[in-house]
Design a protein. Sequence first.
Length: 142
Amino acid sequence: MTMPGPILVAGASGYIASRLTPRLLASGYSVRCLARKPWRLADRSWSAAVEIVKADLLMPETLAPALQGTRAAFYLVHSMSSGRHYPELDLRAARNFAEAATSAGLEQIIYLGGLADPQSHISPHMRSRIESGAALRKAAPP
């Protein structure tokens, strides 16, 4: 039985999404996968069972169509492969997504971050995860 309204998986070509998506499908959810490079999903065993949309979190104008009609989203995005400025890109992407999610009326965002004390000396990666989570919490649905 499919439940109403698709669940969006942002960062669908990543490792976690490759494990999460089949579980969502097996649980009866309709799944929409957001990817900058949709062709990367073509060889996934579940690709025919999901809706795949091309969008780039750094291009806010691409997000409204991807979020339209969704009720919740898993935010599994990071920009580490983009080079040394990835923390700025991560923060910008999270802010763009939060704004678009609010405009789309999303009920909930599920964010995969990291656990660390932001007051201590932590890696740029962990700081970026914490800052992205804060940006999502500040401007987005719960």
